[in-house]
Ligand binder design. Structure first.
Ligand code: SAM
Length: 365
C-alpha cells in the first residue's frame, strides 16, 4: 500500500470504527448496565457530512475498512443516508455494521440498497429469558427477525457476535453454531473483556479460547484452525462437518501486535486503542475550519507516534479486575473511564475550549 501510514510498531492505519451514536436500546450487563445515562448533547454528535469527511480524510491515509457501530447504530436517524455517503468513498472496500439487531428487520433492505456490504448481529443467547435477565430486554424475537431480514437482504458474510460469559451462556456454544448454520451466519465467540461498562468483570467469568475449543471438541470432535491473514481479530476454526466459526480471544491472546484499528466516538474523539485513556479531539478542528491537509497532519502524526498495546499490557496486570470500578467513578465522576466506538463512552474528554464531554451512568455522581 503506497500511502500506508505506519505507527511506531509498523502497524498500518487501515481499519476505522465509527460510532454513530452513544445511545443504546439494550442494557447488557457487560456493556451499558445502568438504567439511566447522561447522553451526549445532540449538537456534539458529528453530522453525516462530518462523518463522511472524517472517512475521506482517513481513507487518504490508508483506511480501507469502515465499521459503523455505537451505542446502537440503528438508533441513528436515517442511517442508510450515511451508508450511501461512505459507500461512495473510492478507497473504502469494506463497509460493515455491528448491531444488536432489534431494529434491523425494518432497515436491512434499505441499508443493503444504500451500499452496506456486511452486517454483524450481536446474539449472546438463544433463550429469551436469558436476554431479559442479562440485557433487560424482552425483544429477543426482534433480534431473530433482524437476523433473518439481513440474510434475506443478501449481505455478504452475515456474522453473529456472542460474548461468552461463564455461568451465563457458556452452555450454548454448540446451539449458537447450529442456529448460525441454519440461518447462513457464522458465529464469532468473543472473550468477555474488561472494557467499557464491564464494571462487574472478573477473570473467572472469562471463558478462554482454549476452554471454548475444548467444549466444542467434546460435542463435535476434532476442530482444525482455518489459516487467515493474521490481521483479523478473530481466529477461525472448522468443525469436522466443515462448519466454520471464529473466536476473538482479546483477553487471553490479544492481537495488539497486528492491530490496525482505531475508533472515532459519536462526538468525534479518535482513540488509537480500546484501552487508551485519552483520545484526540477531531470535532474541534472539523468545526473550527481546519483544512483536509491540517486534519491529515493531525491524524498522521498521532498514528506515527502510536505505541498502544493496551490488551497485552492488561494481560500482565496481577489481580486483574474491571478496568474501572463503579465506586471509583462515584468518588470522582470526572475520572476518565474509557470505552470507545465499540462502545459506550463512560468517559470524559477535555476539549481545547475547556468543555468536558461526559457520559456516565447517573449513579456515577
Ligand atoms: N450495539 C451494537 C451491538 O450490540 O452489536 C454495536 C456496539 S457493541 C458495543 C459491539 C460489540 O461489542 C457487541 O458484539 C458486543 O457484544 C461487544 N461487547 C460489548 N461489551 C463487551 C465486553 N465487555 N467484552 C466483549 N465484548 C463486548
Amino acid at each position: 500500500m503506497p500511502d500506508a501510514v505506519l505507527d511506531a510498531f509498523q502497524r498500518p492505519l487501515a481499519s476505522l470504527r465509527l460510532s454513530v451514536t452513544d445511545r443504546c436500546n439494550l442494557r447488557c450487563r457487560y456493556c451499558m448496565p445502568e438504567d439511566e445515562y447522561v447522553w451526549l448533547p445532540r449538537t456534539s454528535i458529528l453530522t453525516f457530512e462530518e462523518l463522511d469527511r472524517v472517512v475521506r480524510v482517513f481513507s487518504r491515509l490508508g483506511v480501507r475498512k469502515v465499521r459503523l457501530t455505537g451505542g446502537e447504530p440503528l438508533l441513528r436517524h436515517d442511517l442508510p443516508a450515511l451508508v450511501r455517503l461512505i459507500a461512495r468513498v473510492p478507497q473504502i472496500d469494506d463497509l460493515a455494521l455491528t448491531t444488536n439487531g432489534l431494529l434491523l428487520a425494518k432497515q436491512a433492505t434499505a441499508l443493503r440498497a444504500a451500499g452496506l456490504r456486511r452486517v454483524t448481529v450481536s446474539l449472546d443467547t438463544l433463550r429469551p429469558e436469558r436476554m431479559l435477565a442479562f440485557a433487560k430486554s424482552a425483544r429477543h424475537a426482534d433480534v431473530l427477525a433482524g437476523i433473518r431480514a439481513a440474510r434475506d437482504a443478501g449481505f455478504e458474510h452475515l456474522k453473529l457476535n456472542s460474548v461468552v460469559i461463564r455461568g451465563f451462556n457458556d452452555d450454548e456454544l454448540g446451539d449458537l453454531i447450529e442456529f448460525g448454520r441454519a440461518e447462513g451466519a457464522e458465529l464469532r465467540f468473543i472473550e468477555y473483556m474488561d472494557v467499557g461498562g464491564a464494571t462487574h468483570w472478573s477473570m473467572d467469568q472469562v471463558v478462554s479460547q482454549g476452554d471454548m475449543l475444548a467444549a466444542l471438541a467434546q460435542r463435535y470432535g476434532p476442530i482444525s484452525p482455518v489459516p487467515g491473514d493474521g490481521r483479523a481479530p478473530a481466529e477461525r476454526f472448522r468443525l469436522p462437518d466443515g462448519t466454520t466459526f471464529g473466536i476473538i480471544a482479546s483477553v487471553t491472546a490479544p492481537f495488539c501486535r497486528t492491530c490496525d484499528r482505531s475508533r472515532v466516538t459519536a462526538d468525534g474523539t479518535w482513540f488509537t486503542c480500546l484501552y487508551a485513556g485519552r483520545g484526540v479531539d477531531l470535532r474541534a478542528p472539523l468545526r473550527g475550519g481546519a483544512s483536509d491537509e491540517e486534519l491529515s497532519t493531525l491524524i498522521r502524526t498521532t498514528w506515527q507516534g502510536r505505541t498502544d498495546r493496551g490488551a497485552e499490557e492488561r494481560l500482565g496486570v496481577a489481580d486483574r479486575g474491571a478496568l474501572y470500578r463503579i465506586d471509583s467513578l462515584r468518588a470522582d465522576p470526572h475520572r476518565e473511564m474509557h470505552t470507545v466506538g465499540f462502545v459506550n463512552r463512560d468517559h470524559v474528554v477535555r476539549r481545547p475550549n475547556g468543555e468536558a464531554s461526559v457520559r456516565q451512568p447517573l449513579t456515577a455522581g
